[in-house]
Ligand binder design. Sequence first.
Ligand SMILES: [Fe+2]
Ligand SMILES: [Fe+2]
Length: 465
Amino acid sequence: MNLYERIPNNVHLSEDKKLQRALEKWLPNYLDWWQEMGPDGFQQKDVYLRTAISVEPDGWANFDFVKMPDYRWGIFLKPAEPGAKIGFGDNYGQSAYQEVPGEFRNSLRRIIVTQGDTEPASVEQQRQLGKTCPSLYDLRNLFQVNVEEGRHLWAMVYLLQRYFGRDGRDEADALLERRSGNPDKPRILEAFNQPCDDWLNFFCFTMFTDRDGKYQLSALAESGFEPLARTCQFMLTEEAHHMFVGDTGLNRVVKRTAQLMKAGDVRELGGIPLDIIQKHINFWFSYSLDLFGGEISSNSADFFAAGLKGRYKEQEQYKDHIGAEQNFTMKVVDEGQLKDREVPLRNALNEVLRGEYVKDCEKGLARWNKTLADEGISERLFLPSTRFHRHLGEYAGHHFDIEGNLISAEEFEQRKAEWLPTIEDREYVRSLMHPVTEPGKIANWIALPATGIKGKPFEFEYVRL
Ligand SMILES: [Fe+2]
Ligand SMILES: [Fe+2]
């Protein structure tokens, strides 16, 4: 059987011998990696999954029962628009790059590798979660996210193998060699080395960390390097579902907690107390903020100037696509105090993108707080200050309270158990994680979803165990 018929694609794979040879070597290693690091214990089960088979509106939403190793991981780019132009920066209005511009080869490869590394990393982080699923509906959603992260790895590997020659092929191999949380060969970004071993962490991860992915992909979807832009545009359609899983998952946890708060002591009733949910929000939000990079960055300026990485909705949202004259004011720590500093806008683009992300996260918080209000609970959840608990950028190496006030290292140590999940909190959450796999049943610590998948009821047997 022709290998390439198994790989749905719109990149003329059958005509590209060089790419075929590269993929031929990489594919068996990918499948080995999936067996070794993909969902543990469920590889032979039938799962009701969505598979993308083309980029047409109806082509990326085919639902059927599939065993995960048989999932048809494909290579899809949004179709090219004739006469595409570079949409921002110093080369604004010139023809889009169809090949990698030589002077940016290394940094562009770095961007693609860094994005690509997050995709298998999250599958590794979530490898054991299936064993404690709160319902078959949730189990299916976990696996949907996992196979699509696998496909995102394919998307980045396609770019590396097609556009970066030998170096790209080496990088594609290395993407299968690093392991999340392994001290000898860790994944590149810290949020992707954090354990994600219970479902509260999973929902926070898909809410906050996948959402970073949305903003990075959106910025790259504006790229003047057209193959990258078109790849990211298609990936965003899948990413939306991942954030839906996180956002609605947390909303359901909050709803159940609110119900139990009215009935008595949440812990005694086997739910997740609101303060533990808040601490998990603080943890994942702060780690996810780091993923945007330093507040002041010459890389961001170079990439914007070159037309390679734009702003969120660059075309829709902005009139001035050059941005060379503008400034941006941000708070920095200067001689032990927070002070305003004005920097050239192009150097502040990581912070600009982070600001868009924060606005989007706030919408999630508003939805969860509405759930609390609807249940008649007066407590509210919130996002911590963007300065809190940062490990990268202007605020790393300083200590801030949850509101963003500078505090001493000692005070942070004393108070961090108020703000971040403690070992006891984590153990308590883990103690609630028992698998519920009977169709129509759900764990006690989470509410039912509002609807099922693709018009199916919640009781549908989404995974055949
Ligand atoms: Fe992804
Ligand atoms: Fe994702």
